[in-house]
Design a protein around this ligand. Structure first.
Ligand code: PLP
Length: 392
């Protein structure tokens, strides 16, 4: 009996554990300290009322023999796929319903997608990056190359100088908060088509886009033959605790004679039994006019927090990225401080908790992430404290 030895190659996940430990120690030493947490990547606003009403109604349907539904494959309804396809159509992207795979999270999908690709593929990942892409490929034993993302290019990755088969792109980006434009995405699509590579495009934060930027990789000509897109209701509609997401795999995407769509369909049919009916009804409601208006209100709230942080940091001389098309604000530490040194300073001197950039990869060293997911009141207070400390 053996284990998957690749697991031994994973780095211990110290980031959030270390943050938690430091905050606990500080609290114990300073009882009553008013600590403001702006490191969170989780949402804090309640669900849109339209989703709550739809889920209540769905629970009632489940309580009645005539309207009860069981396994998703058995009830054969495609109401959520319909709503998602209509949502894409608003941006000129046409999808067939069986190109849309509903799931319980973009985390699972970005992690599980590797099941259908060979372990000998070379994977390109940005640095800094959402750690799931890296860890899941270490588990699979794939070779990885790094695409360093630097301030000079607004943290957009440059095309690789060596071959890569699978490339993870995340726009708007976690952690840097920057979003790629049409020209940048077109270059990736052209490169992937030319090299027979697959782009794994994570659009979990597309709803935060406020500028004239692509919301979907499929707005880019040629993307349907080279890209898979992951999206989520988590950050869009406050579903982090409800769990609903979807992955788009166009039927035009082929590797040799194999349809990637058919492979994923087979994989999901074998290992996944779908998202609860109640959850799907809730998700559907967020895509109605009423639900969309409520979602937009919540997103505007987070984006306003992000603006307060962004402008507040800029006012005291920090170089800042993100916060315009994203809830994330990424900034460079001053005075040559490292990411963890700035973390300690902010915790000890102004009682504000953020996330050290180095936790997202080596290229994140010297940077720091704050998020717009806090309350407006606490966000203002945190910024005022930081300004007081760094303004003088
Ligand atoms: N993708 C990115 C880039 C994320 O930052 C996150 C969550 O933080 C996810 C995916 C996870 O989404 P879900 O809640 O749908 O699993």
């Amino acid at each position: 009996m053996t284990i998957n030895q690749n697991f031994n190659n994973l780095q211990k996940s110290y980031l959030f554990a270390n943050i938690g430990k430091k905050v606990c120690e500080y609290s114990a030493a300073n009882p009553g300290a008013d600590i403001i947490r702006l490191g969170i990547g989780d949402v804090t606003r309640p669900l849109p009322p339209a989703a709550v009403a739809a889920m209540h109604k769905a629970v009632d349907e489940m309580a009645n023999a005539e309207t009860f539904v069981g396994y998703p494959t058995d009830y054969g309804l495609h109401f959520l796929e319909d709503a998602i396809a209509a949502d894409y159509a608003r941006f000129g992207v046409s999808l067939e319903l069986d190109e849309i795979f509903i799931s319980d999270g973009a985390k699972c999908d970005t992690g599980n997608i590797g099941d259908i690709f060979g372990v000998d593929n070379i994977v390109a990942v940005c640095d800094p990056i959402y750690p799931v892409y890296v860890d899941t490929n270490i588990m699979a034993g794939r070779r990885m190359i790094s695409l360093p993302c630097t301030a000079e290019s607004d943290f957009a990755p440059a095309l690789p100088s060596e071959h890569a088969d699978m490339i993870y792109l995340c726009s708007p980006n976690n952690p840097t908060g920057t979003a790629m434009n049409k020209v940048q995405l077109q270059a990736w699509v052209d490169w992937a088509n030319e090299h027979g590579s697959v782009l794994l495009f994570d659009g979990a934060y597309e709803a935060f886009i406020t500028e004239d930027l692509p919301r979907s990789i499929y707005e880019i000509p040629g993307a349907k033959t080279c890209a898979i897109e992951f999206r989520s209701f988590s950050k869009t509609a406050g579903f982090t605790g409800v769990r609903a997401a979807y992955t788009i795999i166009p039927k035009d995407l082929k590797i040799g004679n194999s349809s990637v769509n058919a492979l994923w369909n087979r994989r999901q049919a074998t290992k996944f039994n779908g998202v609860s009916y109640i959850t799907q009804r809730g998700a559907e409601a967020t895509l109605t006019d009423e639900g969309r208006a409520q979602v937009n209100e919540t997103i505007a709230y987070y984006l306003n927090n992000a603006k307060v942080i962004r402008e507040g940091l800029q006012a005291v001389g920090f170089q800042v990225w993100g916060g315009v098309n994203s809830p994330y604000i990424w900034f460079q530490a001053k005075d040559g401080l490292g990411s963890w040194e700035l973390f300690d300073l902010l915790l000890n001197e102004v009682q504000v908790v953020g996330t050290p950039g180095s936790g997202f990869g080596q290229a994140g060293e010297g940077y720091f992430r704050l998020t717009g997911f806090g309350t407006a009141e606490k966000t203002h207070e945190a910024v005022a404290r930081i300004q007081k400390r760094f303004g003088g």
